[in-house]
Design a protein around this ligand. Structure first.
Ligand SMILES: Nc1ncnc2c1ncn2[C@@H]1O[C@H](COP(=O)(O)OP(=O)(O)O)[C@@H](O)[C@H]1O
Ligand code: SF4
Ligand SMILES: [Mg+2]
Length: 387
């Protein structure tokens, strides 16, 4: 068992449950168009690299990162819409390998994807009733037409669209973005799923109606015990909406932990930069770096820590050695050399805390080597073994 598996399992057994859906070392590389006929090595986009993450019943996990960091690709891998380049997706502890047909239908009914743009995910020439009856027919084939109509009314009621007849005979363009997003949630509910993968579910909606849709999703998570992955570029919303937050950068996870901790006392310099570049008039940290720069090319990502060309705290090793995962106090972890057990790292941590005027985040005293194959080996220590 690898260290990541051990940590994932330890977290699960602490909560006493097996994750509903789990990514274990999931990797996705896309071939670059035209590269098949090029001389030399085949070029690929490293969209998702070695990502492990667990979703639990009745909990919301936020997956946060800038545009192009691989969030949507990862959500689609969990939904099994692309074949994996490496790793495994597990449903209730069992690996899922879906190649279409019955297995794909079974996975799709358990794991439902909700997309950012509701207008793009509806047939513009079909009424809402027609779209919803198609979904209901697929997932409730034994029901009579009358029973299916009742199911549609119930689904619309669950997303607070009442009376149903006010919506069923409409076409998508006759509804607002918020109403249509509620209907796409109703359509997802038709499958009675265990997992929602919501990819930027409110990003295309007016600010005034975002909260309503997020509250609806939260209610569904609480009432039905589904697991929810909330994909967003907006780290501020993760604090209020999700129990746990994971941060993704250039195809890799860089930090995770309880949302309150990750958003209020971020450990990884990328998370810190994301937070300081998000508009927040109430914050008083003028000294914090705000120039967020550009993410790297995923065809030829930087060696070592992928964030090192943008990192104000980069040390020499950051350019050549990929940082392993360091467990931190307060339930966080971060893939960052600042949490290594040496004097240079300690100095970097103190500088980091001073720049952000925050409490210094410290290693938990248990260092686990989980980095990619080129990361240097670490001693695994437990608290009791610390000097
Ligand atoms: N089907 C695809 N073929 C090739 N490259 C892709 C494909 N889908 C996504 N990518 C690339 O993968 C990277 C991650 O994209 P994406 O998952 O959409 O990120 P995000 O959702 O975080 O914005 C980007 O560089 C994007 O161009
Ligand atoms: S590993 Fe180095 S470059 Fe990467 S975030 Fe940490 S300090 Fe910055
Ligand atoms: Mg996306």
């Amino acid at each position: 068992m690898s260290a990541v598996d051990a940590m994932t399992n330890a977290a699960s057994s602490e909560r006493g449950d097996v994750p509903v859906l789990e990514a274990v070392h999931v990797t996705k590389h896309f071939a670059v168009r035209g590269s098949l006929f090029r001389r030399g090595p085949r070029r690929v986009v490293h969209a998702v690299d070695d990502v492990s993450l667990s979703l639990h019943a009745g909990r919301i996990m936020a997956l946060v990162g800038e545009s192009g960091s691989g969030k949507s690709t990862f959500a689609r891998l969990l939904a099994q819409l692309y074949p994996l380049t490496g790793g495994e997706v597990r449903y209730r502890g069992t690996a899922v390998r879906v190649r279409g047909g019955k297995a794909l239908r079974a996975h799709v009914s358990r794991v439902q994807l909700i997309l950012q743009d509701p207008f793009g995910s509806f047939n513009p020439v079909a009424t809402i009733a027609r779209t919803l009856s198609r979904a209901v027919r697929i997932h409730h084939p034994a029901k009579t037409a009358r029973e299916q109509k009742a199911v549609i009314e119930d689904l619309l009621a669950q997303v607070n669209l009442r009376p149903a007849r006010q919506f069923t005979e409409k076409f998508p363009h006759e509804l607002s973005g918020g109403q249509l997003q509620r209907i796409s949630i109703a359509r997802a509910l038709a499958a009675n799923p265990d997992v929602f993968l919501a990819d930027e579910p409110v990003s295309s909606l007016d600010v005034s109606i975002r909260l309503g849709v997020l509250n609806l999703l939260r209610r569904l998570v609480e009432d039905r015990g589904v697991a929810l992955l909330y994909v967003t570029h907006d780290i501020a919303s993760a604090r209020y909406f999700a129990e746990d937050t994971t941060v993704m950068y250039a195809g890799q996870l860089v930090e995770a932990g309880p949302s309150e901790q990750v958003t209020q006392n971020a450990a990884h310099p990328y998370t810190q930069l994301l937070i300081s570049s998000a508009p927040d008039p109430s914050r008083d940290d003028d000294a914090a770096p705000r120039d967020i720069g550009q993410p790297p090319s995923l065809i030829d990502p930087p060696a070592g820590c992928r964030f090192h060309p943008r990192c104000p705290f980069a040390m020499e090793r950051c350019a050549t050695q990929a940082p392993p995962r360091f467990e931190l106090e307060n339930g966080q972890w971060a893939n960052c050399w600042l949490y290594a057990d040496d004097a240079e790292a300690a100095e970097g941590r103190a500088e980091n805390a001073a720049v952000y005027r925050r409490t210094e985040v410290r290693p938990a005293g248990r260092i686990v080597r989980t980095g990619p194959a080129n990361a240097p080996t670490h001693t695994t220590r437990t608290k009791g073994e610390q000097q």
